[in-house]
Design a protein around this ligand. Structure first.
Ligand SMILES: Nc1ncnc2c1ncn2[C@@H]1O[C@H](COP(=O)(O)OP(=O)(O)OP(=O)(O)O)[C@@H](O)[C@H]1O
Length: 443
């Protein structure tokens, strides 16, 4: 199969060009595997084929069976078969994952997406993977833009990004080398090479905004005479689907986000940002989500409302679990302590990460970990003095150990704040930064 793929690739220079985006240093040492998420659709199958041709790292292929279509088990088997065809000599291994949880009656696409990312991230992290390749292409970028015009908060897929799923995606980068290639060209290449792929009918279901904008964009694209609709029945497994090429988008570059300086920020070790001035909207959004410890990015509209509020003289805002406070010294962005125990809940611990902000290292003091809010008065004097310099809200959101009624600060060696590294990854996930992050952690 590899020879056939290589032979046909010469006729698809735009597809072949994406190979130049694969960095030599991908994921550190040559024996370290990289992950690839393959649904069995044309985009991710083309991605898998290109990675196989590239051949410089062992590949871990993950395919999620959502169980939403009667044919989904066949689709998953189709990906398994493709992997077997590519051959074990490539150092390729395949993992099928299953979404077995309850399926919601509404918002099933969003729930499936979230479940899919969580399943893949968990499996990938268990295998030590730090780079996960996804098959987003130029059409996905255009669709995201059109969806935002319809009021969606979906982000534009980028060549590199830190996984937005948190804390499950901590330390995992998403890599989308096909982001400059048109979907039709990827499929035309597969067709020429005789590689089968499927089309999920959910992609055509007008009940979903993504499918709706896809149809509108397709209708306004140059005509594609001779294209056939995909057959999605189980019987179509192994049969090729013909698609005709369309003009190729030329977007292959990626603009690096500027990495924030921490020099002036003396609060970052407690997960708060103290800034001398209000940051621009995109950075403010990233700081809010990182300080808040959650994974839901605020929408552009919500961030704009805060910026307008600040201009109008308001000083305190809460959004996505974070508090944004205009102070005499500038702006403080930190966890909103009031949100942490709302309705009697306590901050979640996922793996060894507390409240999405602190990694709990070894600590041998018995007791429960809780936010300081409501317990500060009972802290020992020495503990109180250690944190007296912090703004009260940043203090109140710190984790403490509560034994019975006695609160204690955690020792510096017992926890590690993740907020700064997360922000750096979110804003600075350009190639150089990724190399840095990955090679450092692999040494
Ligand atoms: N069932 C699946 N199993 C494995 N990987 C998948 C699956 N579905 C999608 N993917 C991966 O995700 C990529 C993008 O697909 P899709 O746009 O449907 O996903 P998404 O997570 O909703 O993306 P976005 O972040 O743009 O919303 C695919 O090219 C593929 O790499």
């Amino acid at each position: 199969m590899k020879q056939r793929l290589a032979a046909t690739l010469g006729d698809f220079p735009d597809v072949a060009a994406s190979l130049s985006l694969f960095p030599e240093y991908m994921n550190g040492a040559p024996e370290t595997p990289i992950g690839v998420a393959v649904s069995g659709g044309g985009d991710s199958v083309a991605l898998l084929m290109l990675l196989a041709l590239w051949g410089k790292r062992p590949l871990e292929v993950f395919c999620v069976d959502h169980g939403l279509n009667p044919a989904s088990a066949h689709w998953t088997q189709g990906v398994a078969d493709l992997c077997a065809d590519l051959g074990a000599d490539l150092g390729l291994s395949f993992t099928a994952l299953h979404w077995t949880g309850d399926k919601p009656a509404t918002g099933v696409q969003a729930a499936a997406r979230r479940a899919r990312h969580h399943l893949i991230l968990k499996a990938a992290r268990a295998k030590g993977i730090k780079v996960l390749c996804l098959g987003h292409n130029a059409d996905d970028g255009a669709e995201a833009e059109a969806m935002r015009a319809e009021g969606s908060t979906v982000g534009t897929p980028r060549l590199w990004s830190a996984s937005p799923f948190w804390p499950e995606g901590e330390g995992v980068f998403y890599f989308r080398p096909l982001i400059g290639v048109a979907r039709a060209r990827l499929r035309a290449w597969l067709t020429a090479a005789g590689v089968p792929y499927i089309d999920d009918p959910a992609n055509d279901n007008p009940a979903y905004l993504r499918a709706k904008v896809r149809q509108v964009l397709q209708a306004s694209a140059p005509s594609v005479s001779g294209a056939t609709r995909a057959d999605t029945s189980p019987a179509s497994q192994g049969r090729m689907i013909a698609h005709i090429s369309s003009p190729v988008a030329q977007r292959t570059g990626e603009v690096a986000g500027e990495v924030p300086s921490e020099g002036a920020n003396h609060l970052i070790h407690v997960g708060a940002f103290q800034l001398s001035e209000v940051p621009p909207a995109d950075r403010l959004a990233a700081m809010i989500v990182c300080a808040g410890g959650g994974e839901k990015l605020p929408s552009a509209r919500e961030v704009a409302a805060i910026l307008d509020g600040i201009s109008a003289g308001r000083t305190v805002f809460t959004l996505c679990g974070a508090r944004i406070e205009v102070t005499r010294d500038g702006v403080l962005i930190c966890r909103e302590p009031g949100d942490m125990t709302r309705n009697g809940t306590v901050p979640a611990v996922v793996g060894d990460i507390w409240d999405g902000r602190f990694r709990l290292l070894s600590y041998a003091q018995g007791g429960e970990i809780r936010p300081l809010r409501g317990h500060a008065k009972r802290l020992q004097r020495a503990d109180r003095e250690k944190i007296a310099h912090l703004p009260p809200v940043a203090r109140a959101s710190l984790p403490i150990v509560l034994s019975g009624d006695t609160p204690r600060l955690m020792a510096a060696g017992d926890l590690h704040c993740l907020v700064s590294a997360r922000l750096r990854a979110a804003l600075g996930a350009a190639l150089g930064q990724v190399r840095n992050e990955i090679s450092l952690s692999n040494l």
